[in-house]
Design a protein around this ligand. Structure first.
Ligand code: KG4
Ligand code: ZN
Length: 360
């Protein structure tokens, strides 16, 4: 197997990112550079991501960010064996920026292009820091997604469950907003929860009595947002801790159930991976680690820098695909929606039409 050195590009939400990753024939990866330009300051006044502002900011910075990633990697374009760009799901105006840029580099340098599914990037992100073998059970938990997947290999996922309404990150963000915390809400709420009493405020538990691995956060979100208005500001630390625990508990309970089912099918592959922005939350990590230990699963989470959106995970997904001989034509399209497990998504759409989040 050959070594691949890939330039990755990520522009699907509010970070413009470029990275160079090398994947050797033994499956070992090395991040040669990873540059992220966050647009947080541009979106903060609006309390959330504004698609038009995001697309414009990507156009303005993609050139410089890619040049910086190439410079830091110190290999020159002739040292690359491929280009990987996020082609969806995400805010399509932004996705088009990175994908078009990737196509231009591929065309100009005669390199193969890989149109990467952003979720596949998150799925492989734990492999950036550790040698996690396939197959593994994945909890993908971010601002736009909350799902449990059996990952057989790159491009081969089976969905065990997903949210029927909001994603966990979305719940963190919206509750944080109701508490008057700055955007983005997840990290701010984690900070506010420090030292808080997590048992102080009882919050609703969703989908009790169901045996599957689906999630629901909208009831919790509404209840917590109401409480935020009612209770004294001085009690917001306890409320934040209660919210964080309620979200972590649901993630842990469903992961536990998924591990039980997964272990029956893959008795020799007790590996559990958590990825996506919410995997940066220390309480969530601790809860999930405890469940994995009880079930006899190994537990892996990406290094913090690769939990939230980044291009190293896109470059690695591209490199893994190239290793399998998979690449895409220059006619690859930007896709606002692109489920990892297409068959499961068709059988049971996670959102009703008209209620889809930007990354459903
Ligand atoms: O993976 P990501 O960067 O973007 C998506 O693909 O959605 O995830 C962003 C989400 C946001 O909802 C953010 O609030 C959440 O991850 N997040 C956190 C933390 N850091 C990021 N949520 C809770 N605690 C954190 N420390
Ligand atoms: Zn993401």
């Amino acid at each position: 197997m050959t070594t691949h050195t890939v330039l990755g590009l990520e522009t699907s939400c509010d970070e413009t990112a470029a990275a160079v990753v090398r994947l050797d024939g033994e499956g070992r990866s090395e991040v040669l550079s990873s540059v992220i330009a966050s647009q947080i300051a541009q979106h903060a006044p609006f309390g959330g991501v504004v698609p038009e502002i995001a697309a414009r900011a990507h156009v303005e910075s993609i050139d410089a960010i890619a040049a910086e990633a190439m410079g830091q990697a110190g290999i020159g374009y002739e040292g690359l064996t491929g280009v990987a760009a996020t082609a969806g799901p995400g805010l399509v105006g932004g996705v088009m920026v990175g994908l078009s840029f990737g196509k231009a580099v591929a065309l100009a340098r005669g390199l193969p292009l890989v149109a990467v599914n952003h979720l596949e990037g998150h799925a492989v992100s734990a492999r950036l820091g550790a040698a996690v073998a396939y197959p593994f059970l994945l909890l993908l938990v971010s601002g736009g997604h909350c799902q449990l997947l059996e990952v057989e290999g790159v491009g081969a996922c089976r969905r065990l469950g997903s949210t029927i309404d909001d994603a966990a990150g979305e719940a963190f963000d919206k509750i944080a907003k109701a508490m008057g915390l700055p955007y983005p809400g997840g990290p701010a709420l984690e900070k506010r929860a420090e030292g808080g009493d997590a048992s102080r405020f009882p919050l609703p538990r969703s989908l009790l009595g169901r045996e599957d691995c689906d999630f629901s956060f909208s009831g919790l979100k509404t209840a917590a947002a109401r409480m935020a208005e009612k209770v004294d500001k001085a009690d917001h630390g306890d409320l934040a801790a209660s919210v964080q625990e309620a979200i972590a508990r649901q993630l842990a309970e469903r992961s536990d159930r998924a591990m039980a089912a997964y272990a029956e099918r893959h008795p020799g592959a007790r590996r559990f991976v958590v990825a996506g922005g919410v995997a940066a939350n220390r309480h969530v990590r601790a809860r999930l680690r405890a469940v994995a230990e009880t079930r006899g699963f190994s537990f892996t989470a990406p290094p913090l820098a690769y939990c939230t959106d980044n291009a190293a995970m896109i470059a690695l997904a591209g490199a893994e695909r190239l290793t399998l001989g998979i690449s895409d034509g220059l006619d690859a399209v930007a896709r606002p929606r692109w489920p990892l497990d297409q068959a499961a998504a068709l059988r049971s759409p996670t959102h009703a039409p008209g209620r889809k989040g930007p990354k459903s």
